[in-house]
Design a protein around this ligand. Sequence first.
Ligand code: N2P
Length: 361
Amino acid sequence: MTLKTVTIVSAIALSTVAATAEEVRVYNWSDYIDEELLAKFEEETGIDLIYDVFDSNELLETKMLAGGSGYDVVVPTGSFLQRQVQAGVFMPLDRDKLSNYGNVWDVIQDRTARFDPDNAYSINYMWGTTGIGANIGKVTEALGEDAPIDSLALVFDPANMEKLDECGVHFLDAPDEMIPAALTYLDLDPNSHDKDDLEKAAGVLEAVRPYIQKFHSSEYINALANGDICVAFGWSGDILQARDRAAEADNGVEIAYNAPSEGALMWFDQMAIPVDAPNPDAAHKFIDFILDAQNMAAASNYVYYANGNKASQEFLAEDVIGDPAIYPTPAALENTYIKGPYPQKVQRIVTRLWTRVKSGT
Ligand code: N2P
C-alpha cells in the first residue's frame, strides 16, 4: 500500500516535470550559429533547446526519409528539401505562429520558391556559394604570384594540384556540389543529368584525386586556419570563419575566399519542420526566434553567411553586408548557378561515381 502511494506520487511528480520542461530539438549544420543565441532562446522562451549538428545533406536526408528522427527543426539545402517535400517528410508551416514572418526577404523567397513552391514548407536560414579557400602565402609559394586562386583550375588542373600536394588540399564530401563544379570546369551544364557528362566530371576529380588529402565537409575550417592545409574547396562562410580564426590566432596565416570565376554554385539552407516532429509548436517558436531581425543579424555576423531576412540587414556588420563574398554584387550573382535535385536514378549514378572518386580506385 505504502509502496503504491509512493509510486503514484512519483508518477505525478514526473509528469509535472515533463509538463514544465518543454523541449525543442534542432538539427542544423555545424559552424552555423552564434551559440549565445541558443542560450538566449532558452532564456526567452523557457524551452529546453537540444541543438545537434551535421555537415552532410545526405546524412540528414537518410534520417528524414527513415522518419522518427526526433527533431523539430532541420535545415536541408533547397535541392534536397525539394525531394524531401515530395516524399512528404515535412509539415506545412503555420504562418500564424510566426510573428516575424514579415521580415523575410522577397528576393530570396523568389529563389527558394523554386525548391518549395509558395515557400509553404520552409524558410531560408542562410545562403552562400561554394568555392575556393586559399592560404595566400602557401599557395603563392607553391604556384607563384599568378596563382589562379579564383579559378576552378586551381583545384581541377592536375599540374596545379601536384604543386599543392605538399601543403595540403581538402575537398567537400558533397557529391551534389563537387560534380557540378567539375562539370562547370569542363564548360558543361552543372545541372546535367547526362550519364556521359557525369562520367567526364568524375574523370576530372579522379585526375586530381592523388593530391586530395581529405574529403570532409567541416574539418577544413580549422585546418585552413591553422595552416595545416593550403586550399579547401568549401563553403563561403566557413572559409571566412577560417580567415577570422587565423587572424584571431595571429599566426601569420592569411586566408581568402573566392567564388570560382567560371561560375559558382549558390545554395539555400532552409528551416523546415518534420511531419513527425514531437513539438511543432516549439519548432515554430524556434523559427520565429531566428526570424527576429536582430537574432538573424547576430547569426550572420558570427558565421559570415548571408541570410534571407530583409529586416536583419540594418543590424548586419559592415564586414558582412559590405563583403561581396557574402552579399555578392549583382554582377557576381549573374555568375552563379542554382542546382536542382537529382532524380533517384541520377542520384544513384552520382553516388556510385563519388564512391569511386573517393576510394581512388
Ligand atoms: C555551415 C555550412 C553550411 C553550408 N558550416 C552548406 N549548405
